[in-house]
Design a protein around this ligand. Structure first.
Ligand SMILES: [Zn+2]
Length: 125
C-alpha cells in the first residue's frame, strides 16, 4: 500500500514512515476530505434581513418546514450590543443556498403578505 501524509496529503514511496515535510505519521490511505461547511457557506445568499433574533428564528423554521436549508448569521456583537444595534439596523440575516434562493424569496413574500393579511382580518366597522 502507498503511504500518504494525512496532513499535507502527499504520497510517499513504500518504506517511508514519516512525512519529510511535517513529520506526521504516514497512513495507508488518505483521510476523507475535510467537511465542506465552508463550501456550503460560500454558495449561500442572504434572503431576509431580520430585525431581531425572534424574526430570524421564526422565518428560518418556516423555510425549514418548506424543505429549504437555512443558516442564520447574526451581525450583532454581544460585547458591544448597544453599539452594534446602532451600527446595524438589522439583527442578522437568514441565508439560503443559491439554488433555493428564488423559492425561498417567493415563500417569504407569501409569508410576509400572509402576516399582513392576518392583521387586517378584523371585521370592518
Ligand atoms: Zn506532511
Amino acid at each position: 500500500m502507498t503511504p500518504f501524509c494525512p496532513d499535507c496529503r502527499a504520497e510517499y514511496r513504500e518504506g517511508f514512515k514519516n512525512c519529510s515535510d511535517c513529520g506526521s505519521d504516514l497512513s495507508a490511505a488518505l483521510p476523507p476530505e475535510a467537511d465542506n461547511r465552508e463550501e456550503v457557506n460560500s454558495d449561500m445568499l442572504a434572503v431576509y434581513d431580520a430585525p431581531d433574533q425572534m424574526s430570524a428564528l421564526t422565518l428560518s423554521s418556516f423555510l425549514n418546514d418548506n424543505n429549504i436549508r437555512t443558516v442564520i448569521k447574526s451581525e450583532q456583537i454581544p460585547m458591544y450590543d448597544g453599539v452594534a444595534m446602532m451600527l446595524f439596523p438589522r439583527w442578522g440575516r437568514v441565508m439560503v443556498l443559491e439554488n433555493q434562493y428564488e423559492k425561498a424569496r417567493a415563500l417569504i413574500d407569501e409569508y410576509l403578505s400572509g402576516e399582513t393579511l392576518a392583521e387586517d382580518e378584523s371585521p370592518p366597522a
